[in-house]
Every structure is written in C-alpha cells, then in structure tokens.
Ligand binder design. Structure first.
Ligand code: GLY
Length: 570
C-alpha cells in the first residue's frame, strides 16, 4: 500500500516537473490542456478536433514551419490523441492553396484490396451483410494516410522528424484523456473485445475516466518506424508484416502487395466561382463533395436566400430541396472516376442545374420517390483540421477511419486502428450504408478502387487570397454542413462562431427526412411538417472547423462546440 502511494506521489511529481519543463519550451503539455473555441491572432492558426493536436500544429508554426508542416504534424498528433478518428490506418484528403497561387488536392483515400469483389458482403442468399463491411478485419480498405503524409512533404519546410516527434512523444509518454474520449472508449469496450484477437490498450478492466493517462507504446514504435524509414516504415517491413498477420488472424484480405502498391494521388482540385467575389476550392472525386458542393452553391447562387433569413421556413425548405437534388445525383452517378465514367462537368453545369431546380416549388415539400437523379444523355467518424500561416498558405485536411474507431480492430503489436471504409462502397445496389446512403454501379466494389467519400476539405478565396478554410467530419452530413456554413457566412453574413455553432439540418434524398439538431427551432419544425416534410431530431451534426482571414490578415479560428475541438494560434 505504502509502496503504491510512493509510486503515485512520484508519478504526480514527475508529471509536474515535466509540465513545468514543457511550459518553459512552449510545447503542448499532455497532462494539462484546455480547449479554446475561438482565437483571434495575426501570424498563424490551427484548428482541429483536439487541443493537443492544435497546439502541436502551432508549435510547428512557431518553429518556422509553414501551414503544410503544421497540418501534417497536427494530423500525426490526432492519430495519437484522437484514436476514434485520427489515424494511421485510414485515409483522407488534403486541399491546400499556397502563397504562390498553387492549388493542391491530395487524395489518400483507402482502396479496396486486390482480393475484394463486388459481392463480397453478400451471403449465399444474396442478402447484404453490413456487419462485415462495418466491423472487423474484412471492413478495412488499404490505408492511405501515411502515403498521403509523404506525398505532402514536398510542400513542407521542416524536416519530417520534427513533424512526427510530437506524436511519438504523446504516444510514448501518454496524455490525459478528456471526458468525451473516456465516454466513447467506454461505449466501445465490447466491440474492442469482439473485433480484436489481441486486446488493445483501449480495453481496460475498469471504466475510463476523464484525466486517465493513455499511453500507446506500440503506436509509438510504429511512428518511430515511419520516422526512420519513411512510408516504407508502414507499407513494408515490420509494420506491413503486423498488418498482414492481423488480417490472417481475423479473415481479412489486405496483403503485402496491397500495402506495397498503395499510392496517394495528386489530383486537380475543383475550382468554381461563387458570385463575383469568391472562388471555392475543394476536393474532386472520390470526394462526392467535389460535385455536390459546387452543385448546391450554384443552385442557391441566384436565389434570394439572404432575404428569407437564417433558418426561416423558406430558407430551410430551399436548402433542403437543393440537398435532395444533389444527393439523388450522388447515389446514381458518383464513384471513383478512375474506374467509372462520371459526368462531372454536366452535373455541375448551370444548364443542368437550372433544369434540376425546375422541380422546386416554394411552399411545397418535394418527395424523394418522385424526384430521382437528373437524367444525362448516354460515411460518421472522421476528423477535420485547418492550418494557415503568415506567408498566406492555407491547408484544409479531412481524414477518416469511417466509423468511430473504424473497424474497431487494432493491428496487434503496431497499436493503430484499421478503418472500416469498405462500407463507403455500395455493398449492394439500393442497400443503405451506415450513413443511410445508397448507391449503385458507380460506387460498386472493385479491386483497387477507391470508395466514394463525402469528405470535403474546402478553401474559399476572395480576391485570390485565402478567406475561409473549412471542413467537418460527419459522413454524408459533411457536404450539407460545409454548404450551410458557407451560406451562413457568405449569405447570412454571420460571425464564424455563429455559423459553426447554430443548429444544423441535413437532407440526403434518401431517406426522405430532414434531420435536425436538438436546438433547431421548434416553430420552424412545425411549419415544415405542415408543408409535408418529415422531421427527425438526431445527434449533433458534424464538428465544423473554420479559419477566416480578413483582407488585413487578421485570423479568426473557430473550433466546433460539438466536441473537444480547439483553435490555437499566435
Ligand atoms: N467515411 C466518411 C467519408 O469518407 O465520407
């Protein structure tokens, strides 16, 4: 007993000493931190789902790194401090606008393994088995995150070792967890036990509590391997062996060849003007946001939305009908364009969209069974971060494991969770995925194909300079959250904080329901129901992060109130 007491005193004492040392060096203190929802600053800012990750990003800026350095360091830190979505075993997208004018769209979305097939989640009777596409070893696509990080390095200024070291320290020495993290770890205990052959550090004999220290030695080892051997430290050698052995223990299908062959892709970003003032830069396919966000912004561009007022019945009705039309197209036309011919140009063209809007009737709710996709001749635990610097570089990254803690399978000995991104494919035409989204041939499974995503990291330029950097997690709600946040700021002229914090709503064609957050006004719900809409209250929608940069260079960074999200800057 006395020995235990002495050990506790020593631990507290060494934590205090370490805290003081860290404070003196102005690096994140993993044992004491708070979340800042809004920060105003001049030089640079980072906003992400976790205070420690945002602090890591800003410490990199202060050491002379640019926004890409900061974003990469933040992303790596999230893989440690936010295991539910931050990741090495998932994938993501990066959109960046560099000070010289270059616009970048980096695709490191997961891919279907070579042994994957169209009907792999159907049983003998041809019925879909979503449990297999959503949980455990068979649910994982080939991870892309580490390849994405290395593909971004050519835009970085600092040596990679400096970007990854904070993540290694956080994994090795541990950090205290928040109440939200404790809650979600506790809620996932049974799944962790069910979908792992070797129990991961997330499984604990007693309940997790806020303030507990999470140490991830295996993850630290993997991060060191990546630090020392580059992408090969993940896709080849020891880590690849651990992934393949994990697959073999759990009937998964990812092989050495799948890992070795994975490559991130730099694509042409989607660039569209909004009115005469703004240019929206966002992620192309396999992000469906690259089609749906331009569609929605173009359908609303000429509408008198501003005069309707924020969350008036008319504005919610108009935005819902626009969302319905866009998501109907998503289900029919969108998939990996490396595998399926997608008529993107037509889908975002003004004539097509004017034609689509002919179904919109003020005062009458549309019906998804009548309004299908347009005719053309011939997933919820993801995480978003933004970074900007004093040179005018802007970075927007959304990265994902798909569901919270992904497949819930940790690679034994390597300490990281694998994604359950295979569920973002259409596992059977017309069968809803975990976000209720349906799809068809365009998004059917094929070996090496990337599953359709909703992740929409976005940057809005004003007079050619970064004005807004934004994005959010939330599966299919991502695009509607980005859309609403843009409309809130560009049309309703809201403050960034209001634009992010005010209640959100979402419609995705099927199911034919407007989902609303708890605080969504009751009188507007009633009037929408009277118009014929079905309204359903749901959990919070997204965790939107926004950075706004004024013409004078003043930076306003806002982290969503819906989680531990935090904005840091200097
Ligand atoms: N897994 C969520 C998405 O990519 O849309």
């Amino acid at each position: 007993m006395a020995q235990k007491f002495c050990l506790s005193i020593m631990f507290v004492f060494s934590s205090v000493i370490l805290s003081l040392q860290l404070h003196a060096q102005s690096v994140p203190n993993p044992y004491h931190y708070v979340s800042h929802k809004k920060i105003d600053c001049k030089h640079g800012a980072v906003v992400s789902a976790h205070p420690l990750a945002s602090q890591v990003g800003v410490s990199v800026l202060k050491k002379g790194g640019n926004a890409v350095d900061a974003a990469i360091a933040t992303q790596l830190a999230l893989a440690v401090v936010y295991p539910g979505a931050g990741n090495l075993g998932g994938g993501g997208f990066m959109v960046a606008c560099l000070s010289g004018g270059k616009k970048i769209a980096l695709d490191y979305r997961e891919k279907a393994p070579a042994a994957a097939s169209k009907d792999m989640y159907l049983d003998a009777k041809g019925d879909a088995q979503p449990n297999l596409s959503q949980n455990g070893h068979l649910a994982s696509g080939v991870p892309g995150t580490v390849a994405g990080i290395f593909a971004a390095l050519k835009y970085c200024r600092l040596p990679f070792k400096k970007l990854i070291q904070p993540a290694i320290d956080l994994a090795e020495k541990g950090f205290v967890i928040t109440a939200a993290e404790a809650r979600s770890l506790n809620e996932t205990q049974e799944d962790f036990k069910k979908y792992n052959t070797v129990m991961p550090v997330f499984v604990k004999g007693s309940a997790w509590k806020a303030g507990d220290t999470l140490i991830q030695k295996d993850l630290a080892k993997t991060l060191k391997m990546i630090r020392d051997s580059g992408a090969k430290g993940f896709y080849e050698g020891e880590t690849a062996r651990l992934i393949v052995e994990e697959m073999q223990r759990g009937k998964g299908i990812i092989t050495y060849e799948d890992l070795k062959n994975y490559a991130a892709k730099e694509r042409d970003p989607v660039v569209v003007n909004y009115k005469s003032d703004y240019t929206i830069v966002t992620m192309p396919l396999p992000s469906s946001g690259g089609v749906l966000l331009p569609q929605m912004m173009r359908m609303i561009e000429d509408q008198p939305i501003k005069s309707y007022g924020f969350q008036s019945v008319q504005s919610v009705h108009l935005m819902t009908e626009i969302e319905r039309l866009a998501y109907a197209d998503r289900a029919k036309y969108l998939g990996d364009k490396d595998f399926f011919k997608v008529p993107t140009k037509t889908l975002i063209s003004y004539p097509y969209l004017y034609h689509r809007m002919e179904s919109y009737k003020p005062n009458v709710a549309g019906k998804s069974e009548i309004i299908g996709a347009g005719s053309i001749p011939e997933s919820e635990e993801t995480t978003h971060l933004n970074a900007c610097d004093s040179d005018g570089n802007a970075v927007s990254i959304t990265t994902t494991l798909n569901g919270e803690y992904g497949s819930r399978t940790v690679v034994a000995g390597a300490g990281f969770l694998l994604n359950n991104e295979m569920d973002d494919f259409s596992i059977k035409p017309g069968v809803a995925n975990m976000y209720g989204a349906i799809g068809g041939d365009a998004n059917a499974i094929a070996p090496g194909k990337r599953m359709l995503s909703s992740m929409s990291p976005t940057i809005v330029l004003k007079d050619g300079k970064p004005y807004l950097i934004l994005g959010t997690p939330g599966g299919t709600t991502i695009i509607t959250s980005v859309f609403q946040t843009l409309v809130n700021i560009l049309e309703f002229k809201m403050t960034v904080q209001d634009a992010v914090f005010k209640p959100k709503f979402h419609h995705q064609w099927q199911p034919d329901v407007i989902y609303v957050e708890k605080d969504f006004p009751q009188n507007v719900r009633t009037q929408l129901q009277q118009m014929g809409y079905t309204i359903q209250q749901r959990e919070p929608i997204g965790r939107t992060e926004v950075i706004k940069i004024s013409e004078e260079g003043n930076i306003e960074a806002v982290g969503d109130k819906r989680g531990d999200d935090s904005a840091e800057g200097y």
